[in-house]
Design a protein around this ligand. Sequence first.
Ligand code: NDP
Length: 296
Amino acid sequence: MTAKLILGKDVSEEIYAELRQRIEALKAAGTLPGLAVVLVGDDPASHVYVRKKGEMCEALGMRSKTIIMPEATTQDELLAVIADLNADPEIHGFLVQLPLPHHIDADAVINAVAPEKDVDCFHPYNVGRMLAGIPDFMPATPAGVQQMLIRSGVETVGKHVVVVGRSNIVGKPMAAIMMQRGAGADATVTVVHSKTEDLAAYTRQADILVVAIGRPRFVTADMVKDGAVVIDVGTNRIEDPTHPKGSRLVGDVDFDAVKEKASMITPVPGGVGPMTICMLMANTVHAAEKAAGVSQ
Ligand code: NDP
């Protein structure tokens, strides 16, 4: 069997078409949705992500604000910028790009973002709402994975979802989302991580396997059940002298071998990647709708 590909570009285009309509409705009612992104320091990957977020805002006709601060920025200076954004009526959502320089306490920064503008869904208030099944915002990457499953017609109700990785950004919220009541969830969820004994014994039971660990091609074909749906969140740059750049991106799954066993699979790049920004935009539109008194 060769697996059907689930492509983030296709799924995100579908969602962007819906968002464009909501943005037009907001504009007609006098609200231009606005997203701000704050970047501290020189991390090259972060600069790329921040640029892409700004470009997507513009492509959707939303207001975009990028604040770039030097590596030496103090925590108090950053908190002052956050306070300004919390109070800015033209900005409906904003985020501070992680990772932050070591001298800044990321938790203090996350806690300073007004929950109603927390479009990354990192604030404990929003994490708690999501866990309780009454989400306001959804965490972007796991929500993007859920949309990929729903919009590809993957049945999740009663299925065994195994999540590999337990980070606050991907693994934990992924598990929380899939165990909620309702369509596109209602799964039986197992979470495995670096301390799990005999990890493959769990992954082999997965109807839906979501892998987010940051280890190139860690999941091999013998770790996957025949016909499983495999979602590879991992993004790892590996050296490849045959590639013009000398390196290329691979996922956490051994794609070439696993695609012969799975029924559906996401490639890297081109799989989950585009979904994160897409769900960030969805959260921003949602925040603008709430600010404008239009409920969605
Ligand atoms: P973290 O480093 O925060 O967490 C990694 C998790 O994987 C931890 O829970 C860790 O376990 C677990 N882990 C690490 N090694 C192993 C192992 N050998 N066996 C089992 N579990 C292991 O990473 P993130 O969750 O932030 O990201 C994971 C991957 O997803 C990365 O490649 C990242 O680049 C990618 N990513 C992609 C996104 C996108 O495409 N849009 C968005 C976000 C992330 P433990 O807790 O025990 O240490």
